[in-house]
Design a protein around this ligand. Structure first.
Ligand code: MOS
Length: 672
């Protein structure tokens, strides 16, 4: 199907958070900390208050009242402590955006700075083992004896990889418009990946009952996780609206997004692998070092994919975390799986070379019958099928494994492969389906963040009802609609879709209306391991003159359950793979060790792939019949496309050049 909202989007008629009008609208602009650690001694809003159009200055000098559960980045102006450079320490509200911005620059903030520490190191004395990693996995797991497994191996490797801070960078920057409506409810137009969870978090942060808050996000211009939890702009808009008694709009600049809307933690990952002479793993150990802020513990589950990927009698995974004077890391497309699989799949390639085995065959011989960590059976697992199909389509059988020997003028050419995986889960959701004017109205508070949620839910409802999609109207993006979980974790369609199927089935029985609440049916769900799998193949051309890497071909083959809509699914896979290409070659945010905060703070410095970088990207899939998932038989597809891509490209760069780069991104300086 074509996107239902495609026409309003490309003609500019789709309304985003920053674009809603309101009577008596005012604007807020934040003042950010210049120090990375210390205390705010004094905020002097006097000069700002005398400037044209200024209505209020908010700061810790007169802390706005928040609920007792306000925490982390959302507890705005509650404390004088500065946790990171760029933190919001004050804000100005004025009649225009320009007046607010000019006055924000005139707010005087005096600090009492302390020495800061913003550098992640594998030998950092502050490293500790978190109790659990996101969302609720044990930090460490282990079975068998790693040292014994390495001792009896024919081949061993001990390698360390590094991934940098990465920033999500959706096209639509974070923005919010907030005001109290005639009924005394707080209405927030926000850019959020979920209106129900956003409503709950805003209500809890402000100390309001959830019924007193409504969040609307009809259109969202991308998120990739950085809109997956409420960010400070929504709280600031509400606090400012309460302070001035008028609607307040806040639109973050791209630079401010780098500071306060989250990022992917940098990682240092050490892997030790051993294999026997047939390539069968005898030991697999994966340790990840990563960071959080002093405000909140955010522990990314970086090594969890290693718990499910390959059979090994000795298997050990661990996470170590250090709390630094930095902003809190957050969700970014395939948080955990993406950097974790970059390291594991690079290490598997290194092991294949060390053992003299084909990297596809190495993965095939280590494909497990049951989940290696838990012993649970897989609901379905078709990694081997993806590898075989990809190898066939890519022409892998003609590959000479010798590195650094293929040349086309100045260009060295190489190919690489990596596996991909992502969990297939779902969360409770509600939905309502009603007959309206002979057609069907389906309501669910889902968010369409550019994935095509409206379109696929229309298709799911139409197919359940046995009617043409044109007769189904899906309403979403409003917390006043039936409660729905976030568009995240590749769980949106599975969660909302299940509720939509149940509501439509109920409507068919009732004749007029169907209401669904899937909370009960997903309890007791622990007897199977449910994951999507994939194989990524890359061909690169590396300039021996400049060190530039061009990706000439990128092929992803995925086994992700039943694919409901080919056009939407292909877009998700291609988008994920393109983002993985950016991770491999260009995306990087450097931390400013001297002053705190980040050195890369806009799209001139933080490079993402453009169309010219993403030629020859292709995605296909093997349709799976898996009856152990949800009524659609689907696995999530929003994130698996990015998983493994960077490893496939890095492995291809090694094949092209004979040079192994173990720190992303693979920039020309690291090649030459
Ligand atoms: Mo995505 S990082 O699960 O919003």
């Amino acid at each position: 199907m074509n996107r239902i909202e495609g026409r309003v989007k490309v003609t500019g008629l789709a309304t985003y958070a920053a674009e809603y009008p309101a009577e008596g609208l005012t604007y807020a602009y934040a003042v950010q900390s210049h120090i990375a650690k210390g205390r705010v001694k004094r905020v002097d809003g006097g000069p700002a208050l005398e400037m044209p159009g200024v209505l209020a200055v908010l700061s810790c000098e007169d802390p706005p009242r928040l609920g007792e559960n306000a925490e982390g980045e959302l507890a705005l102006f509650q404390s004088r402590e500065v946790a990171y450079r760029g933190q919001f320490v004050a804000a100005v509200v004025a009649d225009t955006y320009e007046n607010a911005r000019a006055a924000a620059a005139a707010v005087r903030v005096d600090y009492d700075p302390d020495d800061h520490d913003v550098g992640l190191r594998a030998d950092h004395p502050g490293l500790y083992r978190p109790e659990v990693v996101n969302p609720n996995f044990p930090s460490d797991t282990g079975k068998g004896d790693i040292e014994a497994g390495l001792a009896l191996a024919a081949t061993t490797i001990d390698v360390t990889y590094e991934t940098p801070v990465l920033h999500n960078n959706p096209m639509e920057p974070h923005a919010a418009l907030a005001y109290w409506d005639e009924e005394g409810r707080l209405l927030v137009y926000d850019t959020a990946q979920g209106t129900s969870p956003s409503r709950d978090l805003i209500a809890r942060t402000l100390g309001l009952p959830r019924e007193a808050v409504r969040v609307v996000s009809r259109h969202v211009g991308g998120g990739f996780g950085c809109k997956g939890s409420t960010r400070p702009q929504a709280i600031l808009a509400a606090l400012a609206a309460r302070a001035v008694g008028r609607p307040v709009k806040i639109a973050l600049t791209r630079q401010q997004m780098f500071d306060v809307t989250g990022y992917r933690t940098p990682t240092i990952q050490r892997l030790r692998l051993g294999a026997d002479s047939d390539g069968r793993l005898t030991a697999l150990e994966h340790v990840a070092y990563e960071q959080s802020s002093t405000l909140v513990e955010f522990a990314e589950q970086t090594t969890t994919p290693t718990r499910i990927m390959y059979a090994s009698p000795a298997l050990s995974t661990a996470h170590r975390l250090v709390r630094l004077d930095v902003a809190t890391p957050s969700w970014m497309r395939a948080p955990g799986e993406c950097p974790g699989m970059y390291a594991l799949e690079s290490a598997m390639d290194e092991l294949a070379y060390a053992a003299g085995l084909d990297p596809v065959e190495l993965r095939v011989v280590n494909d497990p019958r049951t989940e290696p960590d838990s012993g649970l059976p897989f609901s379905s697992r078709n990694l081997v099928g993806c590898l075989r199909e990809g190898a066939h389509r890519f022409g892998w059988q003609h590959r000479d494994p010798a590195p650094g020997i293929r040349r086309d003028g100045e260009w060295l050419i190489g190919t690489g492969v990596a596996a991909s995986t992502y969990p297939a889960r779902r969360r409770p959701s509600k939905a309502v389906a009603t007959v309206r004017d002979g057609d069907f109205l389906v309501q669910v508070a889902a968010a369409d963040i550019g994935t095509g949620a409206r379109t696929v839910l229309t298709r799911i409802a139409a197919s359940t009802l046995g009617v043409a999609p044109e007769r189904v109207h899906v309403e979403l993006g409003d917390s006043d609609l039936p409660d729905a979980p976030v568009a995240g974790g590749s769980m949106g369609t599975a969660s909302w879709g299940t509720a939509v199927v149940r509501a439509c089935e109920e409507l068919q029985r009732d004749g007029k209306e169907g209401r669904a609440d899937t909370a009960e049916e997903i309890d007791g769900d622990a007897e199977l391991s449910r994951h999507a799998f994939g194989a990524q193949f890359a061909e690169v051309r590396v300039s021996s003159v400049t060190g530039e890497v061009r990706v000439s071909r990128l092929l992803g083959v995925f086994a992700a359950g039943h694919i409901m809509d080919a056009k939407l699914a292909r877009s998700q896979f291609l988008g994920g793979m393109t983002m993985g290409l950016g991770m491999a070659l260009m995306e990087e945010t450097l931390t400013d060790e001297e002053f705190g905060g980040f050195l890369h703070r806009d799209l001139a410095q933080y490079h993402v792939p453009a169309s010219a970088d993403a030629q020859g990207v292709e995605a296909v899939w093997l349709d799976e019949q898996d009856g152990e998932l949800n009524p659609m038989g689907s696995k999530g597809i929003g994130e698996i496309g990015i998983v493994g891509t960077a490893a496939a490209i890095g492995n291809a760069v090694y094949h092209a050049t004979g040079h192994r780069v173990r720190e992303l991104p693979i920039t020309p300086a690291k090649i030459l």
